[in-house]
Each structure stands twice: as C-alpha cells, then as structure tokens.
Design a protein around this ligand. Structure first.
Ligand code: ATP
Ligand code: MG
Length: 274
C-alpha cells in the first residue's frame, strides 16, 4: 500500500478488558506499543499500530498473510527498528536501550520463529541451549539439565544429539518452543507455531503453548491463522488489517462487531469447528 496522507483513526480499536479480567487475574502492563510504523521501501507495512498487554495475558494476533504480523513481532523483539512509534516491554523502553541492555532484555523474552530458525550446523541440544549459553550465567551441567527438561516438556526427550535436518516439521516447531522457553522468559512471542502442520500436531502444539503459559504465567502473543485451535489458548484477539489494528477484543466482541471484515475472519475460524 502507498503512504497515507492523513492519520485517520480506525473505529475498531476500542477494547473492554472487563470480560478478560473477570475470567483471569491479570498483572501489570508488560507490553505497550504506540504508533508503531514501519516501511519497507515505499510500502507501509505498519501504520500507527497500538497494543497494550498485561502480565499473564494471551493475545492472538491475526490477519491476512503479508499484513505485517511477523514484522510486528520482530519490531517488539528488537530484531527490526521501526520508522516511528514506541515500544515498552517488561518495563523497558526498547528503542532507548543500548546493545548490552537490549541483549539482557532478550533473555527475558522468548520467540518461536515462524520458519523454525534452528541453526542447521548445531545439534538440537545446542540449538535449545543457545539462548542460555548467550546469557552466560549457568554452568554446562545446569545447561544440560535445563535442555533435557525443556525437551521433555515438548515430548522430545531423546533428540538432543540429532541435527535439525533429521527432524520433521512438527518436531522442529517443538524444538523451537523448547529453545524459546529455555531462559524461563516472562514474555513469549509465538509466530505461527503450527504453520504447515497437520491438525493433530497443531492441536498438540497449542496444548503445549497453553501448558507453558499456565506453568509460568508468562505473557504470550500468538500469531496464527488457525482461530479454531487458538480458541482455548487466547484471552482476546487483535486483527491487523491494511497496516492498522482493525479490531481488538474477545471472540464475543468480534461476533457483536458490525465490521464485516472482523466477521469474515472469525467466521472463517468457525467454519472448521466441529
Ligand atoms: N526484510 C524485509 N524486506 C522487505 N520487505 C519485507 C521484509 N520482511 C517483510 N517484508 C514485507 O512486509 C510485509 C509483511 O510481512 P510479514 O512477514 O510481517 O507478514 P505476515 O503478516 O507475517 O504474513 P504471514 O501470515 O504470511 O506470515 C510483506 O509484504 C513482506 O513482503
Ligand atoms: Mg508471518
């Protein structure tokens, strides 16, 4: 899309958190994104995106392919720098941090990449251990024990000596989950953790996401096209559309919305419901 002339407001961004707070006690604000804007060349991918998340909350980020979901996550993790906007995560102003501070913050934030992003020259065990070694605070024995624990949690207790190319897609996704969890992160971004997987494996992965979240009360942003399987995991949803937040709220809010685009996304999810 081309650069917008004006910053007109979108009438679908209001959120009522009462329903969520009734269901689940939520903590402090741990992610606050304001006016996030990002361009690639003359294409505006994100145009003033706002998002607030509280501790323990699980938000589903949905939207058409290519809308900017992965870019949003990369910006929030400091892997890309936005053209405009503010990102406050876990009490830190991300864009004001120096390299060392950003590195420290990354050890508190987990990211499950959409395309696995496992290092193909390292064993599975070394891949999972990587963020813990980078943190530099644990002995090799502690790292080995933690790797074993995290791989067992994703039902892969005996794969640490394999290379990534010896794993199936679903196994790689689970290894990605184990790696993202190795430092007990307070905040985890799951970028399409079930893309390309069969329905049974997808359900298992979402169960793992839920189990992980519940065990540690971590805050999670989950990107997926699979609203059916996200349903048991997510407290509410954010719909990115045309570079903006088109809707945010619970599924009930979506059903009550008068926006046909919102209905299209949530109905698509309902079609597959048993
Ligand atoms: N490094 C890059 N350089 C140039 N353009 C990019 C880059 N990364 C992403 N884009 C573009 O930004 C847009 C948003 O990409 P993004 O990967 O965030 O989409 P997405 O919403 O995650 O899509 P999907 O659901 O298919 O994963 C796309 O048009 C993509 O081509
Ligand atoms: Mg993506």
């Amino acid at each position: 899309m081309k650069r917008r002339e004006s910053q007109e407001t979108v009438p679908y961004g209001e959120i009522d958190t009462t329903a969520i707070l009734d269901r689940k006690p939520l903590g402090d604000v741990v992610l606050e994104v304001h006016g996030l804007t990002h361009w690639f060349g003359d294409v505006c991918v994100l145009d003033g995106v706002d998002l607030t998340m509280r501790e323990g909350e699980v938000v589903g980020l949905i939207g058409p392919g290519g809308v900017g979901k992965s870019v949003f996550v990369k910006l929030c993790c400091g892997l890309l720098v936005p053209d405009a906007g503010e990102i406050h995560i876990l009490g830190k102003d991300l864009l004001a941090l120096d390299d060392k501070e950003r590195q420290e913050l990354r050890t508190r934030v987990g990211l499950v990449f959409q395309n696995y992003a496992l290092f193909d020259f390292m064993t599975v065990g070394d891949n999972v251990a990587f963020p813990m070694r980078q943190r530099g605070q644990a002995s090799e024995a502690e790292i080995a024990a933690k790797v074993q624990e995290r791989l067992s949690e994703v039902d892969l207790p005996k794969v640490q000596h394999l290379m990534p190319n010896e794993l199936s897609g679903g196994m790689k996704k689970r290894v990605g989950l184990a790696r993202a969890n190795i430092n007990d992160p307070e905040f985890i971004f799951f970028d399409d953790p079930t893309a390309g997987l069969d329905p049974v494996t997808s359900s298992k992965i979402f169960n793992l996401v839920r189990r992980t979240q519940e065990q540690r009360n971590s805050t999670c942003l989950v990107i997926s096209h699979d609203i059916d399987r996200m349903r048991p995991v997510c407290d509410r949803y954010v719909l990115l559309y045309d570079a903006r937040v088109r809707f945010q709220g619970t599924e009930q809010d979506a059903m009550a919305s008068s926006d046909p685009i919102v209905h299209e996304f949530f109905r698509a999810g309902m079609v597959g419901r048993a």
